[in-house]
Design a protein around this ligand. Sequence first.
Ligand SMILES: Nc1ncnc2c1ncn2[C@@H]1O[C@H](COP(=O)(O)OP(=O)(O)OP(=O)(O)O)[C@@H](O)[C@H]1O
Length: 257
Amino acid sequence: MLELQRLTKRYRGIPAIQDVSFGLQAGEIVGYLGPNGSGKSTTVKIITGILQPNDGRVLFEGKDILEDLVGFRAAFGYVPEEAHVYTYLTGLEYLQLVGRLRGMQERLIELKATELLKLLALESWRHSPIALYSKGMKQRVLIAAALMHDPKLLVFDEPLSGLDVVTARLFKDLLQELAAQGKAILYISHVLEVVEQICDRVIVISRGRIVADAAPGELTKLMELPNLERVFAQLVQQQDTRAVAREMVEVMRVTHA
Ligand SMILES: Nc1ncnc2c1ncn2[C@@H]1O[C@H](COP(=O)(O)OP(=O)(O)OP(=O)(O)O)[C@@H](O)[C@H]1O
């Protein structure tokens, strides 16, 4: 459904991502992992059409997304990591705005917004300004907003941040249900246990390059490691966190310069 072909993006000559290629099929949940600064957001910004690559292209159902960005966005739902929502709007008004921007019929907007807010336990808050919502409640509004127009492709950026245990479980079940309905899902997260549980495939990016693309089970077997966390640490050669933590505490405890 979605095909990234040899994407390269440079900021002032410095590559943020290089030669990034992967595909996403209908019904698939694919985890996109990488340490801070590895190029995940850059990749997502290119997929959303906000940013243009220096090289390479993104195909949706065989067509370059830049040829028909409006058509592509109609089939695309995105839940961003940070909630840049209009906080003076109420939850219901925000969903109405999103629905109108998507060109949906008023009656359909009303029905879907009301039902989704109810299912996400926000019914009693629907007439309150989003400014009063907690982080998790804002996150739930964003999830509802991404589902309103029944997109074929969904990108979730760190979706569990701020969600309580029950909502996080609901969200995981929702992802599986969406995949079962044939949606293609790209799931960006640092929570490796969750990625291991729900993703069919995991793509690891390090310093702008893809270093792995396989099922979580295959990765752990191939690298003879017990879990995805160890695979990830090995692939991206992360620092010795214990040693750094010890040094930080030592610096903290210095009393004389
Ligand atoms: N607008 C920009 N101008 C210059 N450099 C940038 C810009 N945006 C990102 N970069 C650089 O590109 C690289 C990739 O950044 P990106 O934000 O894509 O990483 P990320 O994997 O999303 O990180 P994080 O997990 O911290 O969100 C980093 O080295 C970053 O400093």
